[in-house]
Design a protein around this ligand. Structure first.
Ligand code: SAM
Length: 283
């Protein structure tokens, strides 16, 4: 553990050069620094946000506010699907989405495919609260390229695919492509849903439009954005994009969430509906 000099109040800053913006958190100490075969992995202890995971200089999650993102990447799709049983998570190595998916009693299996085992090792050490479901008999953790895994998945073998990836750089570039969405479409059943983290509406509108077009071109009948706050990400305003294999197979009213049998901190039926409201500039 690298302690900072007592009188040295340090800050971690993530800069977004193309956006001309930055976000900083006051740091107590650096807990982990590792060059994995795939990325630069750092973990910091912050003054007010708990622990902070950073990959290649980009904030992945903090102890304090990851609940918003992990709940919004999973529950709208799981409650928007009539009967989700077989789930695949591409990326998601911190295991936060895995934990949320396994709260759904009807889910029979969640396979998490992250290319980098170091991320899960670091999460087990510094974010143990996200890894509490890793030993659930329904959970399967694989460490390989999600692009190849989806390409080899049996057609119609999945009800939901969650793409909890890093930004479209490095090994994650292919996770934002029409070809990959086409492989996802084939792996999903007729009632299947796909949900992908889709960056900031304020800073990345064009990317969101491109992702939406690529999902439609890949065969998805419906594509919707979910809007939610996420203060540690650039602009503090984030989206997840939900795509339905067939029309009318994503319940925008989230009726099943009215019978939610477990605790959440952010998500509920009203949030489900409100997150789908489209800001004027995104229409
Ligand atoms: N919530 C974060 C965000 O929005 O930036 C992402 C969380 S998770 C840590 C992102 C994961 O995507 C990383 O663990 C990374 O290893 C994984 N990843 C990137 N490219 C991948 C690929 N081609 N296949 C599988 N996992 C990949």
């Amino acid at each position: 553990m690298k302690h900072l000099p007592e009188n040295d109040i340090a800050w971690f800053t993530e800069t977004c050069d193309e956006c001309g913006s930055a976000f900083s958190l006051k740091i107590k100490t650096k807990l982990h620094d590792e060059k994995t075969p795939y990325q630069h992995l750092e973990v910091y202890q912050t003054e007010t946000f708990g622990n902070l995971m950073v990959l290649d200089g980009c904030i992945m999650l903090s102890t304090r506010d990851n609940f918003i993102y992990h709940e919004m990447m999973t529950h709208p799709a799981l409650f928007g699907h009539a009967d989700p049983r077989r789930v695949a998570i591409i990326g998601g190595g911190d295991c936060g989405c895995l934990k949320q998916c396994l709260k759904h009693d009807g889910v029979e299996k969640v396979t998490q495919i992250d290319i980098d085992p170091a991320v899960t090792r670091a999460s087990q050490l510094y974010f143990p609260e996200l890894c509490v479901s890793n030993d659930d008999p329904r959970a399967e953790l694989l460490f390989e390229d999600g692009i190849a895994w989806i390409k080899n998945a049996e057609p119609g073998s999945l009800d939901l695919i969650v793409i909890d990836s890093t930004d479209p750089v490095g090994p994650a570039v292919g996770l934002f492509s029409e070809a990959f969405y086409g492989d996802c479409y084939r792996a999903l059943g007729a009632d299947g849903l796909l949900v992908a983290q889709s960056e900031s509406p304020l800073l990345h509108k064009r990317l969101i439009q491109d992702m939406t077009a690529a999902m439609r071109a890949a065969g998805f009948a419906e594509v919707h954005q979910l809007y939610f706050p996420q203060c540690v990400y650039p602009s503090g305003w984030w989206t997840a994009t939900v795509a339905a294999s067939s029309a009318g197979k994503f319940d925008k009213n989230g009726c099943r969430a009215l019978k939610k049998s477990f605790e959440t901190v952010y998500y509920n039926n009203l949030i489900h509906k409100a997150a789908l409201a489209i800001p004027e500039f995104m229409k």
